[in-house]
Design a protein around this ligand. Structure first.
Ligand code: 8YV
Length: 319
């Protein structure tokens, strides 16, 4: 049986087997290995109907325009801010993602970051490894209590809810901000993001990325969170005004930051690397064996479904 020819935008290095499993099932054209991708698309991909990509690699309007037969883009990851959805929709191209399967692991990492930063776990680890403890050099400053505090969630979607649920185990009060209140949840809603930030001890960002949320967490929001507040971001770096955050952390107007995502990944502002009141992770909230496996299965199911029925199982819908 001939395998369908599909175009893969970037290498899925965040999974130990994704590239190999895709290549087993499909005749994969590896765009990232070509010297001149646009010329390659023009000369060798005019028949391509299916693209596979990831939240990191995305798919630009230019690539979509260069593929006249394109019918589906199946992505590995839940976020699709890196895919030009408007360009895809204008052409009737279906887009699928891998929702839900990563909710728990992303929520777990949000909590890991929150605890690591407030209880100085990363700093304490450095303190021990550099033998400062053994040699009695300085001391690890006191941390900040987590249990019983106030947890503000920006973006109470499926990941935001998983983060909120975990707050109950820490006896926390939970409130949230969304574009509009959710009738199906009991958590208090703050229509004003600044009010939510002023109320919160910990402000966790779990919203979508893209133009609709760019710099949503701006200087006034961070100032409202204040010198004892902490921002936790497992969403997208673009959601926070990063230069403002760095400035406010430096002068003490913002207490702390625990970050899995950055505005210009993998570039992280050098100033952040110097600060002990921040914890930095390299965009790994979904990076467990179990979740990355489930994400791959979801991607493979969407691809197989599209090839068999011209429909995807997890279509991205915008509203
Ligand atoms: C990345 C993510 O997908 O799902 C998302 O939106 O940001 C991550 O899970 C992962 O690194 C693969 O691109």
């Amino acid at each position: 049986m001939t395998r369908q020819r599909i175009l893969q935008i970037g290498s899925l290095t965040g999974s130990p087997t994704a590239n190999a499993e895709l290549a087993e099932r499909y005749d994969v054209v590896k765009l990232w290995e070509t010297a001149d991708p646009l010329a390659f698309l023009r000369d060798h991909c005019q028949d391509i109907e299916v693209v596979t990509t990831s939240a990191v690699h995305g798919c630009t309007a230019q690539v979509i325009a260069a593929l006249p037969k394109l019918r589906a883009i199946c992505s590995w990851g839940v976020g699709y801010d890196s895919i030009d959805i408007a360009a895809a929709q204008a052409r009737g191209v279906l887009v699928s993602n891998t929702p839900d399967v990563l909710n728990d692991c992303v929520a777990d990492l949000a909590w890991g970051l929150l605890l690591a930063c407030s209880r100085r776990i990363a700093w304490g680890d450095r303190y021990v490894r550099t033998n400062h403890w053994e040699n009695k050099i300085g001391s690890l400053p006191l941390g900040t209590r987590v249990s019983g505090k106030k947890l503000g969630i920006v973006g109470l979607g499926r990941i935001g809810e998983a983060i909120a649920r975990r707050g109950a185990g820490f006896d926390m009060q939970v409130a949230y901000h969304n574009r509009s209140p959710r009738p199906d949840v009991a958590y208090p809603y703050h229509a004003s993001l600044i009010d939510l930030a002023a109320w919160s001890d910990f402000l966790v960002i779990a919203t979508v990325g893209g133009p609709s949320t760019r710099n949503l967490i701006n200087e006034p929001v961070l100032r409202a969170l204040g010198p004892t507040g902490m921002v936790v971001n497992i969403a997208r770096g673009s959601v926070i005004d990063e230069p403002a955050m760095v400035r406010l952390l430096s002068d003490g107007s913002l207490g702390a930051a625990a970050l899995d995502v950055f505005a210009h990944e993998p570039k992280v502002p050098d100033a952040l690397k110097e600060m002990n009141n921040v914890v930095l992770m390299p965009h790994v909230a979904s990076a467990t064996n179990e979740t990355r496996r489930a994400m791959l299965d979801t991607l493979l199911e969407n691809l197989a479904s599209f090839c068999a029925t011209s429909a995807v199982l997890n279509p991205v819908t915008t509203h």
